[in-house]
Design a protein around this ligand. Structure first.
Ligand code: UD1
Length: 324
């Protein structure tokens, strides 16, 4: 099948592009390279440089007779979204509507959508399942929920088929080492830990050690990008064989605390990794873990690479190489 991947030069998109080729598909990438890394563009793909606001470029993508869309192009920094909601509304919401309307104009009716745990907001219970209320606490999460709602309406009204995949904490790099371009300005824990190990950053700030967790630091459910990639392919296959649409979690059910991550990173990298405990970051829940039971049952999907050692080892390959 020929698949359009928006944001295909980005962190998750570039991994999914490799998985599409591994499984024998053809790929068209649309990416404006505002966050995507040109190094990560798979040379086998047909590449269009442009954004989802650029209607002529969008048209150009669909004239290549794509049959399905994997949609990653979005901004994703929760903190920034609270300071610049207009930017997030325009790019994430308005951009997705352009994309959907262009899809329908070309009679392309299948979308696998990159959604997020942020649609749930503060967890009311753990592990979070898909029945958990959706109450985003940041504007970023709101934009993704708004898109999910639009997908649902377009499904009812226009026969769109979609899978909204709600990722928890995406991390890791391709276990086969095929992706060499690092994410720009990462704000997440694992890449920051790697920057300290690589000597690019003096210390890691731990945002609070007084949470009601076993060691007082925040606990998250980290999921390897290669596992996210296989889930996207399984979702595409599911949509081709079934009539229902999907809104499902992608997580492991296993949480790791900030200190557990740091300890494992010290062991794997052999580096000291200085830390400093600072105050809590506004809006951070103590613990966020989820169940992916539905992804297991419907897609036959299970995380294979999301144990802490594999996550960190796959990242250290990239950070160690590039710091030496
Ligand atoms: C991340 C995303 C958020 C998304 C959510 C679920 C960011 C910044 N956050 O949130 O948008 O909704 O996943 O998909 O993109 N920590 C430190 N020091 C640091 C960085 C993080 O102690 O320098 C701690 C945090 O307090 C948290 C844990 O590490 O307990 C993970 O943080 P992070 O990687 O930023 O992810 P989330 O906050 O869970």
């Amino acid at each position: 099948m020929k698949v359009l991947v928006t944001g295909g030069a980005g962190y998750i998109g570039s991994h999914v592009v490799r998985e599409l080729f591994d499984q024998g598909h053809e790929v068209v990438i649309l990416d404006d390279l505002s966050l995507g890394n040109p190094e990560n563009i798979d040379p086998r793909a047909s590449f269009i440089e442009g954004s989802i606001h650029d209607l002529p470029r969008l048209e150009e993508a669909f004239t290549q007779r794509v049959e399905a869309v994997f949609h990653f192009a979005a901004f994703k920094a929760a903190g920034e979204s609270m300071l610049a909601p207009q930017k997030y509304a325009r790019n994430n919401i308005a951009g997705t509507i352009n994309l959907l309307n262009t899809m329908l104009a070309h009679d392309v009716k299948t979308m696998v959508f990159s959604s997020t745990a942020a649609v749930y907001g503060n967890p009311r219970y753990l592990p979070v399942d898909e029945k958990h209320p959706t109450e985003p606490t940041n504007f970023y999460g709101y934009t993704k929920l708004e898109i999910e709602n639009t997908l649902e309406w377009y499904a009812q009204l226009k026969g769109l088929r979609y899978a909204a995949l709600r990722y928890f904490n995406a991390a890791g790099y391709d276990v086969q080492g095929r992706i060499s371009g690092r994410e720009y300005n990462p704000a997440n824990l694992l890449p920051l830990v790697m920057e300290v190990a690589a000597g690019e950053r003096a210390e890691l700030q731990i945002f609070g050690a007084d949470y009601p967790t076993a060691d007082g630091t925040g606990v998250r459910d980290y999921i390897h990008v290669n596992d996210l990639a296989t889930a996207h392919l399984a979702a595409l296959e599911y949509l081709s064989k079934n009539k229902d649409n999907l809104k499902i979690n992608l997580a492991t059910g296993q949480g790791y605390s900030v200190l557990e991550v740091v300890e494992a990173a010290r062991r794997i990298t052999g580096k000291e990794i200085l830390v400093k405990i600072v105050g809590r970051r506004t809006g951070d829940p103590a613990e966020l873990v989820a169940t992916s039971r539905i992804a297991g049952e419907l897609l036959g999907w299970q995380a294979q690479h999301s144990d802490l050692d594999t996550l960190l080892t796959s990242m250290w390959q990239i950070y160690n190489q590039q710091s030496s």
